[in-house]
Design a binder for this molecule. Structure first.
Ligand code: CO
Length: 136
């Protein structure tokens, strides 16, 4: 069901510093930060030849990544995102298989304007998985 790796997300305590590391020593092309208010994060994408890196930092006091950063003060890999053709097909298959979809279980609009869901890490070897509907 899953297709390409869309991105790997790294939670960072300071977005400006993290962007400088990627654009400076690592020499990457860093995009423009976007506030995703509904998700409680500010994100910036870095395009690599074969995938993307998403740097995420907290936006607001109820950000879901605040607890992650409390446990990992320097930041760390937060989730990986796979592409799917149809988010609703993915939801019905995963629900049937007993996987836990986070939040209310309904897709939200993600950073690329596409529907996304998140799957509980307990079901997938301790890895938080984001699925993003990308029309091929
Ligand atoms: Co993501």
């Amino acid at each position: 069901m899953i297709g390409s790796l869309n991105h790997i997300a790294i939670a960072v305590p300071n977005l400006v510093e993290a962007m400088a590391k990627y654009s400076g020593p690592l020499g990457a092309k860093v995009g423009i930060p976007q506030d995703l208010v509904e998700h409680g994060v500010t994100v910036v994408f870095i395009n690599l030849p074969n995938t993307k890196i998403e740097l995420i930092s907290p936006h607001g006091d109820n950000s879901p990544i605040l607890s992650f950063l409390k446990k990992n003060p320097n930041g760390g890999i937060h989730h990986i995102c796979y592409e799917v053709d149809c988010i609703n097909d993915a939801i019905s298959k995963l629900t049937k298989d007993g996987a836990t979809i986070l939040g209310d279980g309904l897709p939200k609009i993600g950073a690329h304007g596409n529907p996304v869901i998140f799957l509980h890490p307990k079901d997938f070897n301790g890895t938080l998985i984001e699925l993003e509907e990308v029309k091929g």
